[in-house]
Every structure is written in C-alpha cells, then in structure tokens.
Ligand binder design. Structure first.
Ligand code: VGL
Ligand code: ZN
Length: 257
C-alpha cells in the first residue's frame, strides 16, 4: 500500500502522515489509571476494612499507588470517591426509615451490619447494609492524606442518590444513572484502564467488570487493592479473569503502559 523508496522503506513524511492518521490509534494505547475510593473511612474510619472478614489493611495500597503515579506515564488519572448523603439506603442506621420486603430472608429487626436485605419494590432491591460511611464533606469521605493527588487528575463522586447504592464508578447498582466517567473516557479516546483501590471485592471489582463490559482493556492491579472478604476477593479475580481482564502486580505495569 505504500510507495517505497529504492531501499524498500516508506519515507519519513509518509510514515509521519500514516502515524498521525491511523497507526497511532492502533498501536499506541491510551492508558487511564482509576484509583477507587482510597478514603479515610475505609482505612481507619467507620468502614475500616481491617476490621472486616479478610482483615486486610487499606493503608497498604497507598505506597504502591504513589509509586505508580511517580513512575508510570498514564494519559489520565481518575480518583473516585464514595460520596453518600446522610439518608443513604446502604447505612444500617437508616433501616428504621425504610421498608424491608416480606420476601427478605433477613428481617428488619434481625438485620446486622454486612447482612443483605431486600427492600420493598417495585422493583425489589437487594442491599448490603454498611455502617454509615463516606458522608459527603465529612473527614471520612476525604481521600487519605498520604495518597498522592496528581495535577490534572479528575475526581468522580458516586453513591450520591440516597435511594440506590453505587459500587461501580461507571453506574449505580441499578444502572439507572451514569457518573461522568464514561464521557470523560470517551473524550480522551481511552483504550486501557488500570483499576485498583478499595474495596477489592466491592467497588474495585464492580468497576473493573463494567470497564470490561464496555470493551476497555482492563488491568486490575492486585497489590494496589484491599478488600472485605477473602472468598469474595477470589470470586472477583476469577470473574475478571474469565471476562478477559488482566490481573497484575504493580511492578508489571510500567512495561505495559
Ligand atoms: C464500598 C462498601 C460500601 C467501596 C463503598 O468503596 O468498596 N464498599 N460502599
Ligand atoms: Zn458506600
């Protein structure tokens, strides 16, 4: 397809034109780093994951994430924030103000933190009950002070609708409303998404799976993520891997971007 010079090579001008027109968009990934919910409440606040079943420490993600931010040239960096109003449906202390459906196995009067109840419909809605956490503008909702926030990064708030929870950074759990993330990614022509943060088996996993479902090449960074429940973390990894996601350690990332 190319006019070749006498040595059989296309000349520099022709190559530059092809590179700018189409080669670049095929061979050059546009890599986005999505850092999920590295907020005080998940590390040392009301939903401290070190007190959850897996007994992992949320603080452990900060050092490897900062190292990636310092050493890898991502095309864009996003920080998500769980950002709930005070009357949010996921808070167990709001249960008295809401109606559990008779079909719910866990009854309102027996419900404990981390249980899943079914709220009245229509449509019925399964909801895991969490301690009050990441309330808008509270200390617990702030990014941890040791997490590096790079210039030009974009913050995405989720979970702002009191009636529906939102684990994925893309959509709420009912897929009723999108955050701004999809539009931001399209505007940047993103091809590859590197996902990590808290909690591995909740918001990180849901975000990675949504990224895959949209069609992004998705890389889950294992050592930059900590979760709530070990068997759920394993389930997350299996589902991501079987959906063609890639699971790596942070020391493998620089060579990929
Ligand atoms: C999360 C539980 C409740 C998370 C958010 O960010 O993983 N987990 N809300
Ligand atoms: Zn939440």
């Amino acid at each position: 397809i190319f006019d070749r010079n006498k040595d059989g090579y296309i000349d520099r001008e022709e190559f530059t034109r092809c590179w700018n027109q189409w080669i670049k968009t095929i061979v050059r990934p546009v890599s986005v780093f999505l850092i999920v919910d590295v907020q005080n409440d998940f590390i040392s606040g009301t939903l401290n994951i070190s007190q959850c079943a897996a007994q992992q420490n949320g603080l452990d993600v900060i050092e490897p994430i900062n190292r990636l931010l310092d050493t890898v040239e991502f095309d864009a960096v996003f920080y998500s924030l769980d950002w709930h109003p005070s009357d949010h449906v996921s808070f167990i202390d709001n249960l008295p103000y809401r109606r559990v459906d008779p079909s719910s196995q866990v009854k309102a009067e027996d419900a404990k933190t981390y249980d899943t109840v079914v709220f009245e419909g229509p449509p019925l809605m399964k909801q895991r009950l969490w301690p009050r956490h990441c309330v808008q503008d509270s200390w617990g909702a702030e990014l941890h002070k040791d997490l590096k926030v790079v210039e030009g990064a974009i913050k995405i708030c989720k979970g702002t609708n009191p009636e529906v929870d939102s684990y994925s950074v893309f959509w709420d759990n009912k897929k009723l409303t999108r955050t701004t993330l999809s539009d931001e990614l399209r505007a940047k022509n993103a091809t590859d998404i590197y996902v990590c943060g808290l909690a591995y088996d909740v918001c990180v996993g849901a975000s990675a799976l949504d990224a895959l479902s949209i069609g992004y090449r998705t890389v889950l960074i294992d050592d930059c993520s900590r979760g709530v429940d070990l068997s759920d973390i394993e389930k997350t990894k299996k589902t991501v891997a079987s959906s063609s996601g890639v699971i790596v350690n942070s020391n493998q990332v620089k060579a990929m971007v």
